[in-house]
Design a protein. Structure first.
Lengths: 71, 470
């Protein structure tokens, strides 16, 4: 996954109902671009059955473990 | 013990009021005297409600004289970040857009503190809509650091950090979405607790990012944070993400020794590119914990840069979604920096956002596996002490953006993972600026962090030092 281009940002923002100028789109690309690059190694690699609620399950599992271990 | 009431810790002044050694009026007046002295230089308060709080203090004293106590914080005056709704009060959220917004409800966290007996001193400054890490605010002016007034406080809980450090309130609520409690705690030399995602209800707290927002206290001591957490934590019908189940006795946990506990020091990322003085203070903190009986071990954490990137993507999208209506209708009413940050969220496709959210579970699992052998991890809150307000002003300094990116490096990964993290004052630079260290724990294990942090504060006096008001 690479950082979005100015053209792509303008298109996405337009669809969201908030048109941005070329200058703003370029600034957004420079500002949020590194985050896209940071996530690139993960993007497109996740297993099919994984859903966001897994996070809550992991949280609860560790909570149960250390609450049982508490004095 | 300090005889000036405002210099006492939260737990000390609450006990003194309960035992009638100090009246609520004396404690309140002592805070107001400090506010009168400091506020022109700090800009920490959004509103100061002197007449109302003195009347409330007198009522609290009157009730106590008749044997009626409302709770463990009976008659203690507090001010909080101006994003916690209180019915009938203006809650600006640090913004022009909400300059006249009057809340219809009271936030659960605030209500639980009121139920314990606190009285309202006023409200505290913050970054606009809690979306800024420095303490700058283009509508209300920057908040200043009481240790050096030309320095930033950190944000977004800027007023909370500044006011607690200057002893103007005994504690304050902050919020932490990307580091907004821990950074002001670090830069201002106070104790700050970023709670586990779901530990404290967020009902009635201004939203920024529903997947990352957490409520927590800034206070003078770990013991104070333990008391406040105990009062605020627990299930809430108004917030389905607030965790059910019993709330531990955090005060008891804070009294436990740390002999035999294992504290992990990251082998990379959190120890890279540190300012020399921050590196020295990290070493000294680790050495102090070791002397107290903790075992220090090195831990290798998963790639933290991926977590930072994930936090940025989630935050940008969710913040833009909350603000979309105002981005369309009132873009001119945002400060330029906040508007730019909000616009960033417009560039992120839905599939990318959901992919980042789907990865959160596996990322937390990987982190927990990496720290399975330790009770907590210690790391700096930021690689530097407080920069100047001028050098971190994005509008006026060409290097400001890189300064700001550096500040938030060590806090964002923790928000993405939803973990608790306790920032404790750990030392001072040779120039007199405070430096904090964060203890990072497992989900819902705030008790362990409070235990280690309290042990450190029994060994040191960094949390007791007070900035000079002269």
């Amino acid at each position: 996954m690479t950082r979005p281009t100015v053209k792509e940002i303008k298109a996405i923002a337009d669809i969201a109902g908030i048109a941005v100028s070329n200058e703003v789109a370029e600034r957004i690309a420079n500002s949020i671009g590194p985050a896209f690059e940071g996530f690139a190694a993960v993007a497109g690699t996740l297993p099919f059955d994984l859903e966001p609620a897994t996070f809550v399950l992991v949280q609860q599992a560790i909570r149960t473990t250390h609450e049982k271990a508490a004095p | 013990m300090n005889t000036e009431p405002a210099l006492m810790s939260l737990t000390s002044v609450a006990k003194a009021i309960a035992e009638k050694r100090v009246s609520s009026r004396e404690a309140t007046q002592s805070c107001l005297d400090g506010i009168a002295q400091w506020q022109p230089r700090l800009n920490a308060f959004m509103t100061i409600e002197a007449e109302e709080v003195l009347a409330a203090a007198d009522a609290a004293d009157g009730a106590l004289a008749k044997g009626n106590s409302r709770g463990v914080l009976h008659g203690v005056p507090l001010a909080h970040k101006d994003m916690y709704y209180e019915a009938g009060k203006v809650v600006t959220c640090g913004s022009k857009i909400r300059r006249d917004f009057v809340a219809k409800t009271t936030s659960t966290a605030l209500q639980r503190l009121k139920d314990a007996g606190t009285i309202r001193l006023g409200s505290l400054q913050m970054a606009e809509f809690a979306y800024g890490p420095t303490g700058h605010n283009s509508h209300y002016g920057p908040v200043h650091n009481p240790w050096a007034v030309d320095r930033i406080t950190g944000g977004s809980s800027s007023g909370s950090g500044s006011a607690v450090a200057a002893r103007l309130t005994f504690a304050a609520l902050g919020s932490d979405t990307g580091g907004s409690i821990r950074m002001p705690a670090h830069f201002c030399g106070v104790t700050g607790l970023k709670t586990t995602y779901g530990r404290i209800s967020r009902a009635g707290a201004m939203p920024l990012s529903q997947s990352l927002d957490t409520v927590g206290p800034l206070a003078r001591t770990v013991e104070d944070c333990a008391l406040l957490l105990r009062l605020m934590a627990g299930a809430d019908a108004e917030d389905p993400t607030a965790a059910a189940g019993p709330v531990p006795d955090y005060m008891a946990a804070a009294r436990q020794p740390i002999k035999g506990l294992k504290v992990g020091v990251p082998s990379s990322f959190y120890v890279d590119d540190l300012d020399a003085e921050v590196a020295r203070i990290l070493d000294e903190t680790v050495a102090a914990l070791k002397r107290e009986g903790a075992e220090i071990v090195q831990v290798e954490l998963p790639d933290q840069r991926q977590l930072t990137a994930s936090c940025q993507l989630v935050l940008a999208v969710e913040a833009a979604a909350f603000h979309k209506r105002w981005l369309i209708e009132r873009p001119q009413d945002y400060g330029p920096q906040v508007l730019m940050r909000l616009q960033n969220g417009l560039a992120i496709p839905g599939v990318t956002y959901l992919e980042v959210m789907r990865w959160r579970g596996p990322a937390l699992s990987a982190h927990l596996a990496a720290v399975a052998g330790v009770d907590a991890v210690i790391a700096p809150v930021a690689p530097v002490a407080a920069p100047t307000i001028a050098e971190s002003d994005v509008g006026n300094s060409p290097d400001a953006e890189s300064v700001i990116q550096r500040l938030t490096r060590f806090t964002r990964p923790i928000n993405y993972l939803g973990l608790p993290s306790l920032s404790i004052p750990a030392g001072f630079t040779r120039g007199g600026l405070p430096v904090g260290m964060q203890l990072i724990g497992r989900s819902f294990d705030e008790a362990m962090l409070l235990r280690i942090g309290a042990a450190f504060q029994r060994l040191t006096d960094f949390h007791e030092r007070v900035p000079n008001s002269a």
